[in-house]
Structures are given as structure tokens and as C-alpha cells.
Design a protein around this ligand. Structure first.
Ligand code: HEM
Length: 338
């Protein structure tokens, strides 16, 4: 893959800062942004030894992806060739606590690593909301910090929370969506979005911007208020295991194509529903790990690992993701799970 100078420089400085952890500027030591982001997750959820700092609760699964001709029309990525491509998957519950309730109105996550027989990988981590909660990477740590309880009161400081929300209203869009959406009844009946935009290029060298989504072929099914009350806090992993034993669980993989002027650098802004949608492939889940651990456990899903035919957009929220993911991976691999 050709890397643009802009991406290369964003990427290398993010990694460098991530590796250094703190940067000395004059007399003052300054925490780098990826460290501040991961520290803020730990501040809100505690240090959960051995677990991902975000999407901590989850389950590994596997299956395959099959590309469709419509996928080849928009991207030359080898995964659209029509061959069966093996995938490692991870379904998760939003937040940094491994004890998060499956009934919570947080996002559910779907992380995917496809390995084409030719060797190219495509990694992604998607959420069950069409928008993300920050428009810019520098909002990530403060968004979490203002929601972190003050040790003196046991509650977030209401003035700081209000001041941040007032100054950054776009960071409330994801929560507004989740407040209205029913809590997913199954990992297999939730819809998952990239929220970040990517640039697709086809074999004729025609490029366009797109976002993607995984749409459950069994339909989007949420829990009613009564069902929600009757469910335990842990049901999603077992439910998926049982569902997959009865038959494959599948998702249509779709690209939503941008029109001229659609924002491609801000994941808090959804594009209008009337944008063309191309069904580019099908994801089939065939196995769910039975115990904590599995093939996804010691991996991180770095959304900048992209095959030829798909490039990152200039969205800064996308471009910074590699460094905090690597940091979180490093921290959890060096810890023993309790
Ligand atoms: C500034 C932006 C972001 C930061 C700092 C951030 C940070 C993190 C970190 C530290 C992890 C844990 C990684 C690991 O230990 O392997 C993580 C996981 C995750 N993130 Fe993000 N993230 C960002 C943006 C996004 C976006 C835009 C999405 C999707 C729309 C997303 C979806 C996920 C999901 C689904 C997981 C769990 C992945 C898994 O199951 O392995 N994140 N994020």
C-alpha cells in the first residue's frame, strides 16, 4: 500500500509519542496524546489487568467473508474476489470494564481481521452506532475525564461536565442515538458501523469515499423494556454461541458512498440516508470461542491495516487509532489476568 506523506507523518509521530510515553518540552514533562487517551480510559474504568482498555468485555469468534461483484466495482481489494476469506472476530460491549452489563446502553463492538489467501490483512473495529463520540482526537481524553467520578464526591464534577458538553456538543450525538435505540438482543442482531470514512479505489483507478456497515441478515432486533428487565447482566456470549450452533450467523457488508460535500473527516456526523449503499460482501460467523481467550485475545484490531484498494481518509480520529490500540495491547499483554 502506498502511504501518503500526511498519513506517514501522523502515524510515525503518533507511534513515536506512544513509545516515548511522555515528552519533555523545556522544564515541563508533557504526556503524549495516546498515553493520555489510554490513561483516561483507565481513570474512568480502573486498571483492568489483562483486559482491553476499551471494549474490555468480549468474546472471540471466527468465520469467513465472501466478496461480491458489487464490492469489486468499488474496490480492487483482493477480499472482494469471491473466494472464501477466513476471519477472526471479536464481539464486545463498550467501555473498559470486563464486568460491564450486557444490558447497558453503550455500544456493542464488532472487530474483524480478514486474511486473504494471498496474505494481505484487513483489520477493523466497528461499533453499533452510526456515529462516534469524538470529532477530534484531542476530545477523547477530556470526554472521559469529565465523566470520571471525583474521589471526594464519588460523582463526576457537574460544572466540568456541563462546560465540556456545552463546548463540545457534537460529542453527545452518539449517546443521543444510543438513548433511543433498543439494547441489542444479540451480538448477531446488531448493526455495526465504521463511523470513520475510507477511500476506495477500484481496478480502473476510480476513487470514492465510503463508510461501511455490517447489517445482520436475521434483522436488527432489540430488547423490549420487559425483556431487558428479565435478562441477566451476562447473556450475549452464550446467546451467540447457541445461535451459531443452530446455524451460521451472517451479516451483509455494505459500503455507504459519500456524495460531494459529505464530511469525510468527522465521525460524529452521519451522512444522509439517501446516499447509495453497495452490498459488497457477506460475513458469516461459524464458531464462537467457549472460554475466555481464543484467537482474538492477544491481538489488537488496528483499523489502519488496510488492503490495496482501501485507504484511510484524512479523518484524524481514524489516523490516531493505531497508537492507543498498540499501547493498550502492550499494557494488557504484560499483565496477568486476575
Ligand atoms: C480517538 C479515537 C479512539 C481511541 C483513542 C480509541 C481507543 C481504543 C483502545 C485503547 C482500545 C483497546 C485496544 C486493544 O487493547 O486492543 C479500543 C478498542 C476498540 N475500539 Fe477504539 N478508539 C478510538 C476510536 C474508535 C472508533 C472510531 C471506533 C469505531 C467506530 C472504535 C471502536 C473500538 C472497538 C469496537 C474496540 C474493541 C476492539 C476489540 O474487540 O479488540 N474506536 N479503542
Amino acid at each position: 500500500m502506498k502511504t501518503s506523506p500526511q498519513l506517514a507523518s501522523a502515524f510515525s509521530s503518533a507511534l513515536l509519542l506512544g513509545l516515548l510515553g511522555t515528552v519533555s518540552s523545556g522544564a515541563q514533562a508533557q504526556t503524549s496524546q495516546p498515553v493520555a487517551q489510554v490513561d483516561a480510559l483507565e481513570g474512568l474504568f480502573g486498571v483492568q489487568a489483562g483486559f482491553r482498555r476499551s471494549g474490555a468485555k468480549g468474546v472471540c469468534a471466527s468465520g469467513h467473508f465472501v466478496g461480491l461483484p458489487a464490492g469489486r466495482d468499488v474496490s480492487s481489494a483482493a477480499v472482494f474476489s469471491g473466494e472464501q476469506v477466513p476471519v477472526v472476530l471479536r464481539f464486545s460491549v463498550g467501555g473498559g470494564s470486563p464486568k460491564a452489563s450486557d444490558k447497558g446502553r453503550s455500544v456493542r463492538g464488532l472487530a474483524v481481521a480478514m486474511t486473504h489467501p494471498g496474505g494481505q490483512q484487513w483489520q477493523m473495529a466497528n461499533v453499533s452506532a452510526p456515529v462516534f463520540f469524538v470529532a477530534r482526537p484531542d476530545q477523547f481524553a477530556p470526554f472521559l475525564q469529565v465523566r470520571t467520578p471525583d474521589p471526594a464526591t464519588g460523582k463526576p464534577n457537574p460544572e466540568k461536565l456541563k462546560a465540556f458538553n456545552d463546548a463540545n456538543p457534537e460529542t453527545l450525538r452518539q449517546a443521543a442515538y444510543l438513548a433511543k435505540a433498543p439494547v441489542p438482543a444479540s451480538y448477531g442482531s446488531a448493526q455495526y458501523w465504521s463511523t470513520n470514512a475510507f477511500e476506495l479505489t477500484n481496478a480502473s483507478n476510480i476513487s470514492r469515499f465510503a463508510r461501511w456497515q455490517f447489517v445482520p441478515e436475521a434483522g436488527v432486533v432489540g430488547l423490549s423494556d420487559d425483556e431487558l428487565k428479565s435478562k441477566p447482566d451476562d447473556f450475549l456470549a452464550d446467546e451467540l454461541r447457541q445461535r451459531v450452533m443452530k446455524g451460521p450467523v451472517s451479516f451483509a457488508f455494505q459500503f455507504q458512498l459519500a456524495a460531494a460535500g459529505d464530511p469525510t473527516s468527522d465521525p460524529t456526523q452521519a451522512w444522509p440516508d439517501d446516499r447509495p449503499v453497495v452490498t459488497a460482501g457477506r460475513l458469516v460467523v461459524t464458531a464462537v470461542d467457549t472460554m475466555a481467550g481464543g484467537a482474538c485475545d492477544k491481538l489488537t484490531f488496528n483499523p489502519l491495516v488496510l488492503p490495496t484498494g482501501i485507504k484511510p481518509s484524512a479523518d484524524p480520529v481514524l489516523l490516531v487509532r493505531a497508537a492507543p490500540y498498540a499501547l493498550s495491547l502492550g499494557r494488557r499483554l504484560s499483565e496477568a489476568k486476575p
